[in-house]
Write a protein that binds this ligand. Structure first.
Ligand code: ZN
Length: 479
């Protein structure tokens, strides 16, 4: 019998708060609005996720750095469009002790304006390019909308931002493609389903020429942006005077890109795979991959514990993250409940009957299915089952996403679909900004953008203005 997803589906917000509070993953009771504490189990999940992100970036030639948190006002204001958009969200430090500061210092809302003055010093000649760096830091944004743990916060605790500089436009555009590929691999590993869209001009990153964004669909049907890749062109290079000397001895501005992922990825990971029993974690990020539970009976306690320890040892030696829950004060039933809530992929149960038969029972968290196997095959069977669970979660996530992408060619129908089914509605669009903004108002939704890398064009006319459509465009309700 498959675990139900009724509560998860019907009241996702309550499910999410309950799960992260009870395990606990993240505590929101700290007395500064929009901040929270990563609790040990949550911190471990976060660390595994960051490992995957780091691995993919380092593999593709990015180097990790660490910049200061504070940005002087004159740097933050150098690129006009950038500051106009971030101005309302910046936290300022205005005092040092009791002395007013001559120059106000911003807590970074993002780091372009702290990193690029240094690019200006580092980049001299062609041989200094490309530069490909990243950092994983906290950033601060004064959110005025209602805050939500990990999803809308004032201190984003986990912001991975990559910044690159290149000699030519072509190289920078290739870098955008590489950024999209890197993120696709990261989400694929985490089993998070996604669509990639080119954000409309009015919703691009401030200072960028265009932005490509990753969105996923949460259990409540709303869309969550989980990653962005920006083509910056030469705008920041001009503002920060970042030039290199080319082969002919002339100075040229560099071409730049940047791309970011935040702890929203972790929120999506916890949300997408869950069910009414709690979290369901892919083994790749599960802090505990296997929990061994002795089913003790009087007179057989020592034998059962001994076998449990052997099983734990065998799995541990294979590099698996495995524990025994030996607590004798707690019933097996309450242990099942506890480890199911925490999303441990496999539970191993060993009782007196298993001793006689040289078997163990494996229970997979994603389906709660029980499988009895011969004990001597424990390592192979557990490894195989972890792979099966991961691929099942990935496939289930993809089905969830595709079942929630709809196509409509009339605006009223599109609006009805969005209101009744949630998810993403794709509609034919003429491509004009003014028309797109009218669509957002009429549908009470947000235009996510035009599908990235989609060859297919609509044959019908724009849902709003009825002129020939040039693209499909995605509309959703978003976080
Ligand atoms: Zn139109």
């Amino acid at each position: 019998m498959m675990p139900s997803r009724n509560q998860w589906l019907s009241n996702f917000s309550e499910w999410f708060h309950k799960v992260i509070f009870e395990i606990p993953i993240y505590d929101t009771r700290y007395p500064v609005k929009g901040t929270g504490i990563w609790m040990p189990y949550g911190f471990k999940i976060r660390r595994e996720v960051l490992e995957i992100i780091r691995e993919e970036l380092i593999k593709t030639g990015h180097e990790e750095v660490l910049f200061p948190t504070l940005i002087p006002e004159y740097l933050l204001k150098k690129e006009g469009e950038h500051i106009r958009n971030f101005e309302g969200q910046v936290f300022w430090i205005t005092y040092g002790g009791t002395t007013p500061l001559d120059v106000r210092l911003a807590l970074r809302p993002t780091s372009e304006t702290s990193i690029y003055p240094m690019f200006q010093l580092w980049i001299k000649g062609y041989s200094d390019l490309p530069v490909k760096i990243f950092q994983i830091v906290n950033v601060f944004r004064y959110e005025t909308k209602a805050t939500k743990p990990m999803i809308r916060v004032r201190e984003i605790t986990t912001f991975k931002e990559a910044h690159t500089a290149h000699a030519t436009k072509k190289e920078a555009e290739n870098q955008v493609r590489e950024g999209v590929e890197i993120y696709s691999r990261i989400f694929e590993k985490l089993g998070i389903p996604f669509v990639v869209s080119i954000r409309p001009r009015w919703d691009k990153f401030p200072g960028a020429e265009y932005s490509v964004a990753f969105d996923t669909i949460m259990p409540d049907g709303k869309v969550l942006q989980i990653g962005t890749v920006h083509f910056l062109g030469q705008g920041f290079a001009r503002a920060f005077d970042i030039k290199y000397m080319n082969a002919e001895g002339n100075y040229e501005y560099v071409w730049q890109t940047c791309y970011g992922i935040s702890e929203r990825v972790i929120a999506a990971l916890l949300a997408i795979h869950g069910d009414d029993h709690g979290l369901v974690l892919p083994s790749i990020v599960a802090p505990i991959q296997v929990v061994v539970i002795p089913i003790v009976y009087k007179g057989r306690e020592e034998d059962i514990i001994k076998v449990c320890k052997e099983v734990r040892e065998a799995l541990y030696d294979e590099g698996l993250r495995v524990i025994i829950d030996e607590n004798r004060e707690e019933t097996p039933g309450s242990k099942y409940f506890k480890w199911e809530l925490r999303g441990v992929p496999i539970r191993v149960e060993i009782g007196p009957r298993d001793l006689e038969r040289n078997t163990v029972v494996l229970v997979r968290r994603d389906t709660l299915e029980k499988i009895t196997i011969e004990r001597k095959y424990i390592v192979e069977e557990v490894k195989k089952l972890l792979r099966t669970i991961d691929s099942n979660l990935r496939e289930r996530g993809k089905s969830w996403l595709f079942e929630h992408i709809f196509r409509e060619s009339e605006i009223e129908k599109a609006k009805d679909t969005l209101n009744s089914k949630g998810g993403i509605v794709e509609i034919p669009w003429c491509g004009k900004d003014s028309c797109g903004q009218e669509i957002e108002t009429k549908m009470d939704g947000r235009i996510l953008g035009v599908p990235y890398n989609m060859e297919e064009k609509p044959i019908s006319s724009c849902v709003n203005c009825k002129v020939a459509a040039v693209n499909w465009v995605r509309v959703a309700k978003s976080y």
